[in-house]
Ligand binder design. Sequence first.
Ligand SMILES: Cc1cc2nc3c(=O)[nH]c(=O)nc-3n(C[C@H](O)[C@H](O)[C@H](O)COP(=O)(O)O)c2cc1C
Length: 168
Amino acid sequence: MTDDLEATSAPTIDAAHYRRVLGHFCTGITIITTVSDCQPAGFTCVSFTSVSLDPPLVAFLAQTTSSTLPKIRESGVFCVNVLSETQETICRAFAAKAVDKFQGIGWKPGATGSPVLSEVLASIDCRVEAEQPAGDHILVLGRVVEMNATYQGQPLLFYRGGYGRFEP
Ligand SMILES: Cc1cc2nc3c(=O)[nH]c(=O)nc-3n(C[C@H](O)[C@H](O)[C@H](O)COP(=O)(O)O)c2cc1C
């Protein structure tokens, strides 16, 4: 029994197989932003989820190598920007390791000071509540401070490694 449990809890999963299978879970796409030393920072992130209504909590996972993660730790705040179908270009830009990803990007500070990008479907402005190591990622839990969904449009989707559109 113990042997079975150990075998079940520590299977060998090939990395390409892991990516291919999980790629079948279609998601929206966000850009997580923060501000540190008066400079905006951010990265493209699909691992965003709602967590709790009372209290209002959300979460995302950041690679331990993310250069935005230490800035979020420093500021203690972040904003989740939910991308619309017209924003594939900035999605790609924020997935890069660029120095100034905000060049030519419209944004304004939200309630926490974190950038709210122009023409996003929704913005969820948060304070960091907790973080938890999770393998090669860190799970960041945030308490919602302010949230808005005013822009009319359709979401940008991510499915099996590619971008797509939603047709109701
Ligand atoms: C569609 C898409 C989704 C991504 N989702 C995540 C994610 O959930 N977590 C993460 O840490 N990186 C994710 N990335 C990778 C980061 O955006 C990428 O590593 C980025 O360069 C990190 O930037 P930074 O080091 O400036 O923070 C994603 C990339 C793409 C293209």
